[in-house]
Design a protein around this ligand. Structure first.
Ligand SMILES: NC(=O)c1ccc[n+]([C@@H]2O[C@H](COP(=O)([O-])OP(=O)(O)OC[C@H]3O[C@@H](n4cnc5c(N)ncnc54)[C@H](OP(=O)(O)O)[C@@H]3O)[C@@H](O)[C@H]2O)c1
Length: 264
C-alpha cells in the first residue's frame, strides 16, 4: 500500500528530460521562444546568438533558476564552419553529453524588402550566407554528431513565403526554399539513424525581423489575409517545434510544417 502511494506521487519524467538541444538564433524572437519551450519540456539548452550577448544571457537566466546548469549561451556565426563546430564542441563538453536536438532558427531578412531587380549582389550573398549556408553548416554538423538510435532531431526554421511567393522577398525566400530542399533530402540520408529532419515554416510572426522595415499597410494586410485574423506570436510556433523534438513526433520526418494560421 505504502509502495503504491509512493509511486503514484512520483512525477513523470518530462518529454525531453536529459536531452541536449542547440537552438541557433535563440537570443530573440522565435528562437528564444523555442529555447524556453524546449527547456520547459526538460531539455538542457545551448542558447546561440550572433551579437546580442545580454539578451542571450537573459534567456539562459530564465532557464537556470536552480543551482543545476541547464542553459549555456554560445556566440557563433552560423555561416562560419569553425564556429558551428565550436558550437557543438561547447554543447558536448558543457553537458558531457551528445547533442540530441538541433533547432536552426538563426536567419536574416533585408528590411528594405527589395525586388529581385533591386537586390544587390552583396545583399543576396549576405542572405544566402546566413540562411542557406548557415543552415547547411548546422545540418551537416548535426547529421554527423547528433545521437543515433532514437530521439535525434534536426529542425530548421524556414518560411511560409516559400509557398506564398511574395514580391519583395526574392533572395530571402529562395534561401529558405534551399533549406526546405536540404531538409527533405537529409531526412532520407539519415535512414537508419533514428534522427528525423523537418522544417517548420512560420507565416508572419511578431518579432524584430517582422517589424524591421514594416509599413502599417503591410502589417494590416498580413492580419487581414490570415483566417485567424491576427499576427502570429512566437508562442504559436514553439509548441510545434516541441512536438517534433519529442518522441511523439518521431513519425513526422522529411516534412515542411507550415505554421501560419492558415494564410497559405
Ligand atoms: N518573424 C517572422 O515573421 C518569420 C516568418 C517566417 C519565418 N521566420 C523565420 O524564423 C526564424 C526566426 O526569426 P525571428 O523572427 O525570430 O528573427 P529575429 O527576431 O530577427 O532573431 C534572429 C536571431 O538570429 C540570430 N542570428 C542572426 N544572424 C545570425 C548568425 N549569422 N549566426 C547566429 N545567429 C544569428 C540573432 O542573434 P542576435 O540577437 O545576436 O543578433 C537572433 O537571435 C528565422 O529563420 C526566420 O527566417 C520568421
Amino acid at each position: 500500500m505504502a509502495a503504491e502511494s509512493e509511486s503514484s506521487t512520483k512525477p513523470l519524467p518530462l518529454p525531453l528530460q536529459d536531452r541536449l538541444a542547440i537552438v541557433t538564433g535563440a537570443s530573440r524572437g522565435i528562437g528564444r521562444a523555442i529555447a524556453l519551450h524546449l527547456a520547459s519540456l526538460g531539455a538542457n539548452l545551448i542558447i546561440n546568438y550572433a551579437s546580442n550577448s545580454a539578451q542571450a544571457e537573459s534567456v539562459a537566466a530564465q532557464i537556470n533558476t536552480t543551482s543545476t546548469l541547464r542553459a549555456l549561451t554560445f556566440q557563433a556565426d552560423i555561416s562560419h564552419p569553425d564556429q558551428v563546430k565550436s558550437l557543438f564542441d561547447a554543447a558536448e563538453s558543457a553537458f558531457n553529453s551528445p547533442v540530441h536536438i538541433l533547432v536552426n532558427s538563426a536567419a536574416i531578412l533585408d528590411p528594405n524588402h527589395p525586388t529581385l531587380a533591386d537586390t544587390t549582389l552583396e545583399d543576396f550573398d549576405r542572405t544566402f550566407n546566413v540562411n542557406a549556408r548557415g543552415a547547411f553548416l548546422c545540418c551537416r554538423e548535426a547529421a554527423n554528431r547528433i545521437k543515433r538510435g532514437g530521439g535525434g532531431r534536426i529542425i530548421c526554421l524556414t518560411a511560409s513565403l516559400v509557398a506564398s511567393v511574395r514580391p519583395g522577398f526574392g533572395a530571402y525566400t529562395a534561401s529558405k526554399a534551399a533549406v526546405e530542399a536540404m531538409v527533405k533530402i537529409l531526412a532520407k540520408e539519415l535512414k537508419g539513424t533514428g534522427i528525423t529532419a523537418n522544417a517548420v515554416a512560420p507565416g508572419a510572426v511578431a518579432t524584430d525581423m517582422f517589424y524591421a522595415g514594416m509599413t502599417e499597410q503591410v502589417l494590416k494586410k498580413a492580419v487581414e489575409e490570415c483566417p485567424m485574423g491576427r499576427l502570429g506570436e512566437t508562442d504559436d510556433v514553439a509548441p510545434v517545434v516541441g512536438f517534433l523534438a519529442s518522441d511523439a513526433g518521431e513519425w513526422v520526418n522529411g516534412q515542411i510544417i507550415r505554421v501560419n494560421g492558415g494564410y497559405v
